[in-house]
Ligand binder design. Structure first.
Ligand code: 2HG
Ligand code: ZN
Length: 463
């Protein structure tokens, strides 16, 4: 006997693809967090903006919550459906709709995979510069929902910088056309920016116009081994001053051990506590000499213990794999993740406090750090020991997250740099945003989604 609410939806949209098989509910009901047991009502796969609107209106009438869904590579539970929600997957809306050479924009549907966007931009001699390891599976709609950052933020900024226009279906089912690709538009509130990073709680992105830019000049990739975090910050300052950085990423020996065990190639002999993968413009011989001189200076100062410069594209890719392969190499262990940020100037003092906190709170537990140190963004992955039950482990990690949140508060940081709040970090939102600000955020949510049908329970506790 089909659910009467679904029967009504099918009556309104006879051509809508609706899935209810247990395997589909499980597949579409979860993201990369793997912490919650998926339990959606059904999966809807609309093929048009109009279908999305009808689904949202139906959800209002039937009081069914909607979880908007892209590539589900999220790490904060933002796309988890564990409470009888309708998952609204945008994966069939995955086409490039337009390229405009004069405006240098690419208009796409939200379900398009980031890598396909990269390829489409390159086919026109341009790039879409937001990039990260999940590029092969994550969708643009999801990137917009979390204001995704990644490995090129130091050069290009976050997703927010690269959205020229959005079409969005609100919680009422209305279609909004936001900013229409304008570069200059001083005509009041910019709802486009409000939608970016709203984690599917204000509207469903049904179309996005992306800004494109020129490809970067030829670059070099360097791997550095370093003795400690202070040295790492010195090298960052030196390299940022002398080179045109495209990326500056770090990871620890623990992270390296996991990626190597997962099949990556060792590039530096010996064991060192910290590593950096950096990429910088290397337009000509003088630029390459400047990079070598910076490296040698760091070596003389004792900030760097060893290093290699990639001599080919294959070697550059192998060095990048050491950094980009970390999440995948840990995935089967289902780590507890923190994704925090502070201003770059606050990084040294924050690191000092955080290192002391983690050493004290996790004395017997393997903690893996890595991330976008050049953006003040650190990822902390905590691995559950075999002899600790899952619940006790999560309870311990949540206790430490509370302490971390107050450390962040002291340093003016954020409990989520780029993964979003979702379900995972909603209890800690107050460490980053004031109570008045959160109340205003909830008020804004009511304006765009009066009946609270869009992704309820995400971002805020209890709504
Ligand atoms: C990265 O920087 C991603 O590789 C994932 O943001 C971070 O797995 C993580 O904690
Ligand atoms: Zn990251």
């Amino acid at each position: 006997m089909p659910d009467p609410r679904l029967a009504e939806l099918s009556r309104r949209l006879p051509d809508l693809r609706l899935l209810t098989a247990p395997g589909d509910l499980e597949h579409y009901g979860r993201d990369w967090t793997r912490r919650w047991t998926p339990a959606p009502l059904a999966i809807a796969l609309p093929a048009s903006v109009e279908e999305v609107q009808v689904i949202v209106r139906w959800a209002n009438e039937q009081q069914v919550a909607i979880v908007p869904s892209g590539g589900r590579t999220g790490l904060s539970g933002g796309a988890v459906a564990a409470n009888g929600e309708l998952v609204l997957s945008l994966e069939r809306m995955d086409r490039v709709l337009d390229f405009n050479a004069v405006d240098r924009t690419l208009t796409v549907q939200p379900g398009i995979i980031l890598q396909t966007v990269h390829e489409a931009a390159r086919s026109h001699g341009l790039i879409y510069p937001v990039d990260f390891a999940a590029r092969g599976s994550c969708s643009i709609g999801g990137n917009i929902a979390t204001n995704a950052g990644g490995i090129r933020v130091i050069r290009y900024g976050n997703t927010r910088e690269w959205i020229a226009a959005l079409k969005v279906v609100t919680g009422n089912g209305e279609l909004l056309e936001l900013n229409r690709g304008l570069i200059k538009n001083s005509s009041g509130y910019d709802f486009r920016q409000l939608m970016i990073g709203s984690e599917g709680t204000l509207g469903i992105v049904v179309e996005a116009t992306l800004k494109l830019t020129d490809p970067p000049p030829p670059s070099q990739v360097m791997l550095l081994a370093l003795p400690d975090m202070d040295a790492l910050m010195q090298v960052f300052e030196l390299f940022r001053e002398r080179l045109q950085l495209q990326a500056f990423e770090f990871f620890t020996d623990h992270a390296l051990a996991h990626v190597l065990a997962h099949g990556a190639q060792r590039a530096i002999d010996g064991d060192y506590p910290y590593y950096v993968v950096t990429e910088f413009d290397a337009v000509d011989e003088p630029a390459r000499d400047a990079a070598l001189a910076a490296f040698e200076h760091a070596l003389e100062q004792g900030w760097v213990s060893d290093g290699v410069i990639a001599q080919s594209e294959a070697q550059a890719a192998a060095l990048w794999r050491l950094r980009e392969g970390i999440t995948e190499s840990l995935a089967s262990r289902r780590p507890y993740k923190n994704d925090v940020s502070v201003r770059i100037s606050a990084v040294p003092a924050f690191l000092h406090d955080m290192q002391a906190l983690l050493a004290h709170e996790y004395p017997q537990i393997e903690v893996i750090w890595f991330g976008h140190i050049g953006d003040g963004n650190l990822h902390i992955n905590v691995l559950r020991p075999d002899d600790l039950a899952e619940e006790a482990f999560i309870a311990q990690c949540e206790h430490v997250t509370k302490l971390l949140a107050s450390t962040l508060q002291r340093h003016g940081g954020s409990i989520s740099a780029e993964h979003g709040i979702g379900l995972v970090k909603r209890a800690y939102l107050e460490s980053t945003r004031g109570a008045e600000e959160i109340a205003l955020m909830q008020g804004v949510r009511k304006v765009f989604d009066p009946n609270g049908v869009l992704n309820p329970g995400k971002l805020f506790v209890g709504s």
